[in-house]
Design a protein around this ligand. Sequence first.
Ligand code: FMN
Length: 183
Amino acid sequence: MAVNPSVLLGIGGGIAAYKLAFLASRLVQCGVRVRVAMTKRALEFVGALTFEGLCGSRAILSSTQVDADGAVPHIEAARAASVYVIAPATADLLAKLANGAADDAVTLLALTCRCPVLVCPAMNDAMWLSPIVQSNTAALRARGWHFLGPVQGHLAEGYDAIGRMVEPDEILARTLQLAESST
Ligand SMILES: Cc1cc2nc3c(=O)[nH]c(=O)nc-3n(C[C@H](O)[C@H](O)[C@H](O)COP(=O)(O)O)c2cc1C
């Protein structure tokens, strides 16, 4: 693998968002430079400070963010990225991504990056199996985006069904594989 690949993590507003802290930490331990982008809803589930502390870089929290040094992070982060991982990819986020929305940091980065995109959906079984979510997923797959999960397992609703996000270690392995093939 090239020295210090760069991974962008786009975090959506789902219950599995807390697991992304573990993924970010594991990536950093693997020598990967990590920059995190979060939707406003993601911030209701987990704080940006957690990721900033783990990754040593400012999180990108809005589509109109300009950093203190004048850098426009969605341009610089997208340019540097070897892989863009979007997780948990909520039903709402999949709809926005499939339609080219760019009104938050996560969707804007999806349009500005040129690297492989890895999407890890997470939602309850009813949402995942709904035709509109399946149709949005198919549209993104058709554009060459990579998907991992969801899997069958325990859902926050309290029962086992399809919709659970794959575990962070599995996302880590796929991310490193994509980073290696894209650099
Ligand atoms: C406790 C709680 C957990 C949620 N978990 C999920 C989830 O796992 N997947 C999902 O698609 N939506 C979930 N939602 C709904 C999303 O938070 C909501 O659709 C939100 O607008 C998605 O925002 P985003 O586009 O920033 O991801 C949850 C809502 C609540 C209140």
